[in-house]
Design a protein around this ligand. Structure first.
Ligand SMILES: *Cc1c(COP(=O)(O)O)cnc(C)c1O
Length: 367
């Protein structure tokens, strides 16, 4: 649908982001109850209990504006990560930081390199700034760093890496990342989106946090939405060189991270018991799924995140739809270029078993 307003063509061309189906929407539309959602890589344990407690105590302060600088949270993060406070920018989710990076760094006609398939927001924020997108296909489900390097030219401003990659769950090695960085011109900013980094089990995976002051600039994005269970509150942050952080803070909305989000994130950061329980739930769930699927002869792909891909060997949209009717929400990967794959987030043990039973029923696999 073309807009009748005099807007830029590059805005008109943006394809809207399609989020995972909310449980309430499924139940409303299908008239069912007792559904489970394994579609948005959320924390199956719920929010950090310490975060919930902190929110309760902060409710009486809601008539005040938030601390626009997020002083306590920034200080805690800087201490935890061993970087300067002036190197951290808070966001309304890490999505907010993607938008700030695009506003600061991109002009119409600039080029942005993205892996494909990967997180769709990279393309959306770059298109909103009128940038030209260069999509570099994954190789064996992994981000192809030499392939991305080959597209770098004088107008390249931003290059996105999703570590581990959503939706494939693969992660790049420190060695490959360093080789890649050593050959990159200084006018390119590399964004390492580490939304799932806490879940990584493989030793030797690259993190942008090892290069906070490097040129070319490496920006690391992290979030409280996944491992800390606070997706509904919207808190993320970026770590980068202080000069770039200062520019991002100029375009940041002053109260982008609300009061409850700030106190909850601060408390969640100290909730090591919850983080450990989250990681063991996810890792045991992945191992359980993979053993069960292998036993059934169903193809799956190893993952460093809290989700993974399953090759259902038939049209994924149909499997998705049949699972929905049984109250199980996953993601079809057709729109991501894998027409026979679904992406499944690891849930609680009961949810994982329910998913497998439903898969057996809709795909006639043998449990
Ligand atoms: C979930 C996710 C995010 C996090 O988004 P928030 O805005 O922090 O909730 C960022 N990047 C990727 C790849 C994700 O999957």
């Amino acid at each position: 649908m073309r807009s009748s307003l005099p807007i830029p063509d590059y805005i008109d061309r943006i394809a809207p982001y399609v989020p995972g189906k909310p449980i309430e929407a499924l139940e409303r539309e299908y008239g069912i109850t007792d559904s489970i959602k394994l579609a948005s890589n959320e924390n199956p344990l719920g929010p950090s209990p310490k975060a919930m407690q902190a929110i309760g105590q902060a409710l009486a302060k809601l008539h005040r504006y938030p601390d626009g600088a997020g002083f306590e949270l920034v200080r805690a993060l800087a201490g935890r990560l061993g970087v300067g406070k002036e190197q951290i920018v808070l966001g309304n989710g890490s999505d907010d930081l993607l938008g700030m990076l695009a506003r600061v760094l991109l002009q119409p006609g600039d080029e942005v390199i993205v892996p494909d398939p990967s997180f769709l927001m990279y393309t959306i924020v770059a298109q909103s700034a009128g940038a030209v997108i260069r999509k570099v296909p994954l190789k064996d489900l992994s981000i192809d760093l030499p392939g991305m390097r080959a597209w770098v030219g004088p107008r390249t401003r931003l290059l996105f890496i999703c570590q581990p990659n959503n939706p494939t769950g693969t992660a790049i090695s420190r060695r490959d990342f360093e080789t890649f960085l050593s050959d990159l011109p200084p006018h390119v900013v590399v964004v390492m989106d580490e939304a799932y980094f806490e879940f990584v089990r493989h030793a030797g995976c690259a993190s942008g946090l090892s290069y906070p002051d490097r040129r070319p600039a490496v920006v690391t994005l992290r979030t409280f939405s996944k491992a800390y269970g606070l997706a509904g509150l919207r808190v993320g942050y970026g770590v980068m060189g202080a000069p770039l952080a200062e520019l991002l803070n100029r375009v940041r909305m002053p109260f982008n991270v609300n009061t409850l989000a700030q106190v909850a994130a601060l408390a969640a950061l100290d909730d090591t018991e919850f983080l450990e329980r989250t990681l063991s739930t996810v890792h045991q769930g992945l191992d359980f799924f993979q053993a069960e699927l292998s036993r059934r002869g169903v193809r799956w792909f190893p993952s460093q995140a809290n989700f993974f891909l399953i090759d259902v060997a038939q049209p994924a949209d149909e499997v998705f739809e049949r699972l929905l009717r049984r109250g199980v929400i996953v993601r079809s990967m057709r729109a991501y270029g894998y027409p026979h794959c679904i992406r499944v987030s690891v849930g609680l043990p009961d949810e994982n078993r329910r998913f497998l039973q439903s898969l057996d029923a809709v795909c006639r696999t043998k449990g």
